[in-house]
Design a protein. Structure first.
Length: 239
């Protein structure tokens, strides 16, 4: 279920100089914003929740998920180098699982860690806001990585479609349109965060049980279908 060689190659692809700079830009911006907000307005629980919810979870986490998820396999499919990987005696499911683990790890590091730091900067974790949104970022990282890894296997325009989803659906409709919220990874992860915070600052339109089931279902189904697509690609190449 996990291959160290595939993992090493995937880490190298995701953390190359150019992509690492892109991955680090949003977390750095979040921390800079948090420092500025704290310096100008002092510690405020509601402000902390607004910054972490409005920027970190709604924008930063899905965008990092796009970069990590699609970047874990998309470029290899686009340039044809995936053929060399598929020629190795490695199960296709192992390749997908390994790349998913790497994508999740990268997304978590570049999203959850800066979210925690920003939360402590903003209000010192008052009302568990920092921890709650960090947990939400961790949970969302798993679902986003699976979704965007799948996207990387089915489309040559995975990054474009991923950005549209992250910026339009999650950041806009998922935050503003009531009906769309129930189909938003952001809202599902907020349901978990709401349970962690135990207060009124972190809320979700989706119940915890429903959110948990949907997060698990999306992750499992996306991973399974990505494996099926990779298997089909192998068969086409062999033919």
């Amino acid at each position: 279920m996990y291959d160290p060689t595939v993992a090493r190659l995937t880490y190298r692809a995701l953390l190359g100089r150019r992509r690492a700079l892109i991955l680090g830009a949003l977390p750095l911006l979040l921390i800079v914003i948090s420092v500025a907000v704290r310096a100008l307005g002092g510690a405020d629980d509601q402000t902390a929740a607004d910054v972490l919810g409005g920027f970190a979870l709604a924008t930063m986490v899905p965008l990092i998920g796009v970069i990590a998820g699609t970047g874990a396999i998309g470029p290899e499919i686009d340039d044809g180098s995936v053929v060399y990987l598929l020629s190795k005696p490695i199960k296709r499911s192992t390749i997908i699982h390994t790349k998913l683990i790497v994508a999740i790890a990268v997304t978590m590091v570049f999203s959850a860690v800066p979210t925690l730091i920003a939360g402590f900067v903003l209000n010192g974790n008052g009302q568990q806001v920092a921890v709650a949104y960090t947990v939400a970022a961790l949970v969302a990282s798993i679902a986003y990585s699976a979704l965007f890894l799948l996207l990387g296997t089915v489309s040559r325009h995975a990054v474009v479609f991923g950005l549209v989803y992250a910026l339009v659906w999650e950041a806009l409709f998922g935050s503003l349109v009531p009906g769309a919220r129930t189909l938003s990874v952001q809202q599902w992860s907020l349901a978990v965060a709401q349970k962690v915070s135990g207060g009124d600052l972190v809320t979700s339109d989706v119940g915890l049980t429903t959110a948990t089931v949907l997060l698990a279902a999306v992750t499992v189904l996306a991973t399974w279908y990505a494996g099926q697509k990779l298997r089909s690609l192998t068969l086409a190449g062999e033919e």
